[in-house]
Design a protein around this ligand. Structure first.
Ligand SMILES: Nc1ncnc2c1ncn2[C@@H]1O[C@H](COP(=O)(O)OP(=O)(O)O)[C@@H](O)[C@H]1O
Ligand code: SF4
Ligand SMILES: [Mg+2]
Length: 328
């Protein structure tokens, strides 16, 4: 497969969670992901950004088929994996990995670091004991938990948060996956180690040519995965574009609001924060009609409450769900 080819294609993907219902009432759904389409090339890294509750984790887990999709399609290298049964999904589990927010909760406390890293290799019947040991050493070196002899026999409680996240990254990479979703991988770590973990992730993503989805609520950290920004709001991706273009000229009013909410490092400029539109993210059981951002949007027009905006492409390679960009 050449590097220009699509690795992942997601089309009109939906993941709705059913809420508990009364005996005679019709079911209600949390529409956490509600019609998401995009493509990801081999070796491409993108940042998926949005407020808490916008559906980022659900989208990441649905793409990895850790959740069963409600609708739409997911294709990897042209193969439709949307509804593969769990016994058919083994190869997809090998090709993909999730790095989660909480390294403390993600790693089993009763296994040594060596065993934690060997486990996926055993499950996927990789090599013999010697080949597995070699691979474990390789990934420990890659995440710089050295000297290896010191770290391999340790248990999770003996490591710091940053070291544990390195183990979680190593575990995600043991089977050399092609697609990795990192869901807020540094948000639970001390500020002092965040940058080194993000730099490490970026370095490994480039070295191994991994297609990488970096999920964050914090736009300031997206510069480590700088090719493209995907902005998510209320279950939909509302803007996609090259990072620098989006940051310098946001097309969606929500993106504009997110950028204005970044605190200026210079305290004299902090009032800029006032420009964030008031209001809360919408209820995803019964989202607003038309454009879901309309109750908070300073530019809203009549059509915005009535009709949902389709995807517009006002510039080559830039996609936005907003009536402001409809061709006049
Ligand atoms: N397992 C679940 N069951 C029901 N609702 C869920 C479940 N997981 C997430 N949700 C809901 O889906 C919405 C999106 O959540 P999530 O994907 O975690 O957003 P984010 O990662 O952007 O914070 C939220 O309203 C959340 O409460
Ligand atoms: S479609 Fe209308 S309400 Fe929605 S973001 Fe654009 S201008 Fe605002
Ligand atoms: Mg989340």
């Amino acid at each position: 497969m050449s590097e220009d080819e699509e690795l992942l294609e997601v089309e009109n993907l939906r993941k709705w969670f059913e809420l508990r219902k009364g005996l005679f009432s019709s079911p209600l759904y949390v529409k956490a992901v509600d019609g998401v389409s995009f493509k990801l090339k081999k070796g491409e890294a993108i940042s998926l950004v949005g407020e808490s509750g916008s559906g980022k984790t659900t989208l990441g887990k649905t793409i990895l088929r850790l959740y069963e999709p409600t609708g739409g399609t997911i294709k990897i290298k042209g193969r439709d994996i949307t509804h593969l049964k769990s016994n058919e999904l083994m190869w997809y589990r090998r090709e993909t990995a999730l790095i989660e927010q909480d390294p403390y909760g993600a790693l089993p406390s009763f296994f040594s670091i060596h065993r934690i890293l060997e486990e996926p290799l055993i499950i996927h019947k990789f090599g013999n004991a010697e080949e597995r040991r070699k691979r474990v050493r390789e990934v420990l070196e890659e995440v710089r938990l050295t000297p290896i002899e010191d770290f391999a026999p340790k248990y999770p409680h003996m490591l710091s948060g940053g070291q544990l996240q390195r183990v979680a990254i190593a575990r995600a990479l043991t089977l050399r996956p092609e697609l990795v979703v990192a869901d807020e991988p540094v948000s639970m770590l001390d500020a002092s180690v965040r940058i080194e973990i993000l730099n490490l992730l970026r370095e490994l993503q480039e070295k191994r040519k991994i297609s990488f989805i970096y999920i964050t609520h914090d736009l300031t950290t997206t510069k480590y995965f700088s090719e493209k920004l995907f902005i998510m709001y209320a279950g939909k991706i509302v803007e996609i574009g090259d990072m620098l273009k989006v940051v310098h000229n946001p097309l969606h009013p929500y993106t504009e609001a997110l950028l204005k909410a970044i605190p200026d490092p210079d305290p004299r400029n902090r009032e800029i924060l006032r420009d964030v539109p008031p209001g809360e993210p919408p209820n995803l059981v019964n989202p607003p009609s038309g454009c879901r951002f309309h109750p908070r949007c300073p530019y809203k027009m009549d059509i915005c409450q009535k009709e949902e905006p389709p995807v517009f492409e006002p510039e080559n390679g830039r996609f936005v769900l907003c009536w402001l960009h409809a061709k006049k």
